[in-house]
Design a protein around this ligand. Structure first.
Ligand code: GLC
Length: 464
């Protein structure tokens, strides 16, 4: 019988999308016939491919990643429109599909949210693209590709789009619900952690990719650096939660006016959920899920927290506290099949109101408290970064065996992730790639440097 790893590589091979013979990406899922409607799972998703890219780069397969980057750059929205119903200049699509066009010519059709269920906007795509470009450059040593004119233009348009001030006074980005991996209504509108940490990761990537001295790059590089340090300040100050912070919020005064308010966002202590009081370990902490006027989302979002670790947004002590949380609360956050996307699930009224009564996101299923194996790679990278890798090997190996036996499902359900997800696709590519990337990182832990950044960005206060 083939080993789990070699089976996984075969499946990756089957997932490749080829344009004129050249692989340019991987489909989201490649299930057996009759496994439900394809919907858009036969498309190349930018965020899903980022996980494939890590697995491929670790294996030395650089050219597929370069072809993906080149192809997706051509899909960027390049025109400035002053009417609506067009993707803003600089945006990249959530996914794209290769169609057989007229005269046998292939055509690429992007989806900016104009076809997606719920018409959700992919704010994360451009950020993942920058991160993949940075990882590709580092892993392959090919600095020329990033310096070519079309790639420099793509970088500049992304940065001009996300760095242009809106009506906000915070360095964080304001987005609608479902603008990232959680691409359904889940109460993740406003300033969700995952978008902010990805934004920071993308800025760190871009800083090293822009060629100085051309086309206004120098001014952009200055803005990129400033925004990085403002984000570090803002997130470390207002999103970080450990026991002393919880106690501070618990004793907050409210309705304070003026510059000296301690409770800047007017958080009412009665909104702290009961589960947190006994659950938060003394020696651990995490970045909160969201922050806005009179609103803290106290849920633990795994990907946003791991992104904070690998991007260097979390200072070393906080990064250690994050991975410690996953070790100390292993039963809740790692579970039988790693890893819990969001903890805890929205239930009853919260579920009804915040998900719009979404049966796919019923409590402890899918985005709402389901367990997602694609997170294995970023969990592994975060644990290696913080030196908390005890038991990691067993976790990844056991997950791989179970995934192979179950047909590589997209997600698992239940409080501890025991059941194959209610509507999980099989042969889901990022479940396969997440395992392969994790396994390779464990074999060559020094390679984690290709995908992580130091925590050396100094915070700059931007007082609210
Ligand atoms: C689902 C997930 C999304 C993913 C897509 C393709 O829509 O919510 O994050 O990119 O499937 O796998």
């Amino acid at each position: 019988m083939a080993s789990v790893e070699s089976e996984a590589w075969e499946r990756m091979e089957e997932a490749l999308v080829r344009r004129n013979e050249e692989p340019i990406g991987t489909v989201a899922a490649n299930p057996p016939d009759g496994d439900g409607p394809a919907l858009n799972y036969d498309e190349v998703f930018m965020r899903d491919f980022a996980v494939s890219a890590v697995a491929l780069l670790l294996r030395g397969e650089h050219s597929i990643v370069r072809s993906f980057l080149r192809t997706s750059a051509t899909l960027q929205s390049k025109e400035q429109h002053f009417d609506c119903f067009h993707a803003a200049r600089g945006m990249l699509p959530a996914s794209f599909k290769l169609l057989e066009g007229q005269n046998g010519r292939e055509q690429i059709v992007p989806d900016y949210g104009n076809r997606a269920i719920g018409r959700v906007t992919p704010m994360d795509s451009a950020f993942w693209w920058l991160y993949v470009l940075h990882a590709y450059t580092k892993a392959s040593g090919d600095e020329h590709f990033a310096q070519t004119a079309p790639i420099q233009e793509t970088i500049r348009l992304i940065l001009q789009f996300v760095l242009t001030p809106g009506h906000e006074l915070t360095p964080t980005l304001l987005v609608p619900d479902g603008a990232f991996m959680i691409d359904r209504r889940m109460g993740v509108y406003g300033h969700p952690l995952e978008i902010q940490t990805l934004f920071f990761l993308a800025l760190r990537s871009a800083e090293n990719l822009l060629t100085p001295g051309i086309d206004g790059n120098d001014e952009l590089i200055r803005s990129v650096r400033l925004r990085q340090s403002q984000l570090v300040y803002h997130l470390r100050t207002f999103y970080w939660l450990d026991l002393p912070d919880l106690n501070r919020i618990y004793r907050f005064d409210v309705e304070e006016f003026g510059e000296n308010a301690a409770n800047r966002f007017n958080i009412y202590p009665s909104t702290i959920p009961q589960w947190l009081f006994e659950w938060l370990p003394r020696e651990a902490g995490y970045f909160l899920g969201n922050l806005g006027p009179s609103r803290i989302d106290f849920r633990v979002f795994a990907q946003g927290n791991f992104l904070a670790v690998i991007s260097g947004l979390a200072a070393a002590p906080e990064a250690g506290q994050i991975t410690r949380l996953f070790h100390d609360r292993r039963d809740f956050l790692v579970g039988e099949m790693p890893l819990k996307l969001v903890y805890p699930a929205l239930e009853k009224h919260d579920w009804f109101l915040l998900t719009g009564s979404d049966p796919k996101n019923s409590p402890w299923s899918y985005h709402n408290g389901g367990n997602w194996p694609f997170l294995l790679w970023i969990f592994t990278a975060a644990c290696l970064r913080t030196g908390q890798d005890a038991g990691l090997h067993e976790t990844v190996e056991r997950a791989g065996e179970r995934l192979a036996a179950d047909g590589w499902p997209e997600y698992y359900d239940g409080r501890s992730g025991r059941l194959i997800g209610k509507e999980a696709r099989l042969y889901q590519t990022w479940s396969i790639a997440g395992y392969l990337a994790a396994r390779q990182l464990l074999e060559q832990p020094e390679q984690v440097d290709l995908f992580t950044f130091s925590d050396t960005v100094q915070p700059t206060a931007c007082e609210l």
